[in-house]
Structures are given as C-alpha cells and as structure tokens.
Design a protein around this ligand. Structure first.
Ligand SMILES: C[S@@+](CC[C@H](N)C(=O)[O-])C[C@H]1O[C@@H](n2cnc3c(N)ncnc32)[C@H](O)[C@@H]1O
Length: 249
C-alpha cells in the first residue's frame, strides 16, 4: 500500500506534501478558486476533471461533495496514493487517468468543470495554449474552467524585474525561467537543479488572455494570496494567479 510521501527536513512544513516527480509540492491549504471548483462540483450533474491533481487536494473533497470525478496526473504514483486515501464508498465515482499536458486527451463536451491548479507553469507558452484550448473542448456548454498558477511575486521573486521588463516590451511569455535556483527567494539559495528544467510563471492577465483566446469567457482573474507559502520571506499577496472562465452555453 503506498504511503504519503514525507517532505525533506528543510522543507518540512505542515500542509506541504512533496510530489514524487520533482514538480514541487501539493499544498493542503486550498485557495478560493479551488474551493469554488469543489463547491460547483457538488452541484453540477456532469462529471468534473482535476488535472495535475497530485494526491487529490480537490478531487477528494469534490467526491465528498457528491461529484463524479476524473482525477488525472502525469505521475502514476500520485494517483496510487490518491486512490488509497478515498473512502471506499466513493471509489465508484472516481476515475483515475494518467495523462500529461499538453498531450492528454479526454472526451469533448464531457465535463461540467475542470480544475488545473499549479501545473501550467511547468509548460512552455505554446503548450499552455494547446492545453487550455483542449480544456475548452473537454468542457460541456456552460462548463467552468478554473486555472491556478505560480506568479513571479511569490517564491520566484528574483524573476520580477525580468518579468515586468518583458511584459513592458510586449513579450508574449515573460515568465520563462531556466536555472530555477537563480530565481527562488530562498536563503541560502538551493543548489542548481535540472528538475524541473524550466518554469514559466504567469499572472492573472496572462491566464485570462489564454482563456479568451481559447474561446472562453473570463468571469474572474485575480492574484491569490498564499501566506502559507512559508520559509521564503516577505510575501505581498500576489503569490498565485487564478482565473475562472466559462464556455458559452
Ligand atoms: C505543484 S503540484 C500541484 C498539485 C495540486 N494541483 C496543487 O495545486 O497543490 C504539480 C502536479 O502537477 C503534475 N504535473 C506537472 N506537470 C504536468 C503535466 N505536464 N501534465 C500533467 N500533470 C502534470 C505533477 O505530477 C504534480 O502532481
């Protein structure tokens, strides 16, 4: 039976569960976009999809709210841990799918809501666009798309000058970072690592643009404060970005 992974001692903070594939952490503290997805999942009669679900931060509460849930992640070991945590009486409402964005495929028009939280910043701009266009296809008419991503204003604060200069110069994807140890606001800085090989931090405007270009109507796009992202010094309330967009009914 797979057990829950334990964070390395230096990162050992309550609610931060490390991924098994060097894609950061699942945070057990949920933001308002994720909570809205869970609440809507309990209302819609259609199934819902969580992409990059890790150990089920939203999938399990959505199941508990009465939803039929497809929980998907590129890492099969995450899905094994998730399955282990689901109360047996809810397993019949759970589908587990190993899939990697942007190659992932799901049936068109199937889902009442999709959540993709803290995953898109691992993709290039082109792959973000492909992924969000696909998500728009997977939604039923009237369906809701919830996206959450890291910004340069949280733990990646050393990226702010490049990000803002890039935006001012009209760069389409100003948040691309290669050599992540150069950008993380950790003291002392971590050793150079090649995993993940890059990150592409975003903001509400970039998320909203991507949804609009995918044919969705943006209902809300906002920064998300994450004071629980501990150990990285002073935060300013713009640590994550979120968007809620809907498909025309
Ligand atoms: C930082 S964790 C976020 C977990 C959770 N969604 C949250 O918000 O706390 C990133 C998760 O996305 C998955 N992931 C990363 N890149 C992915 C991709 N291209 N396609 C599918 N899943 C991906 C990882 O395996 C990991 O479980």
């Amino acid at each position: 039976m797979p057990s829950q992974p334990v964070p390395p001692a230096t990162w050992n903070r309550p609610g931060m569960i490390p991924t098994l594939n060097d894609t950061g952490f699942m945070f057990e503290v949920r933001d308002s976009f994720t909570n809205d997805f869970i609440s809507y999942a309990g209302q819609t009669t259609l199934p819902v999809l969580e992409l990059g679900c890790a150990y089920g931060v939203a999938s399990i509460p959505a199941l508990e709210a009465g939803a039929r849930v497809t929980a998907s992640d590129m890492e099969p070991r995450h899905l094994e841990v998730l399955k282990d945590k689901v109360p047996p009486h809810l397993l019949g409402n759970l589908e587990l799918v190993v899939a990697t964005l942007p190659q992932a495929e799901f049936p068109a028009g199937r889902y009442g809501a999709i959540l993709c939280s803290r995953v898109l910043h691992f993709l290039s701009g082109e792959d973000i666009e492909t992924s969000v266009r696909k998500m728009a296809q997977w939604l039923a008419p009237g369906g809701r798309l919830y996206l959450v991503a890291d910004t340069p204003y949280g733990i990646w604060r050393k990226k702010i000058p490049e990000f803002e200069a890039g935006k001012a110069a009209g760069m389409r994807w100003p948040g691309m970072m290669v050599g992540l140890h150069n950008y993380i606001a950790a003291d002392p800085p971590p050793k150079p690592t090649e995993k993940p090989p890059f990150m592409n931090v975003l903001d509400p405007e970039l998320l909203a643009r991507t949804c609009t270009e995918a044919g969705l109507e943006v209902v809300e796009a906002a920064f998300i404060p994450r004071p629980d992202f501990g150990g990285f010094g002073q935060m300013d309330g713009r640590e994550n970005a979120g968007v809620l967009a809907v498909k025309a009914g």
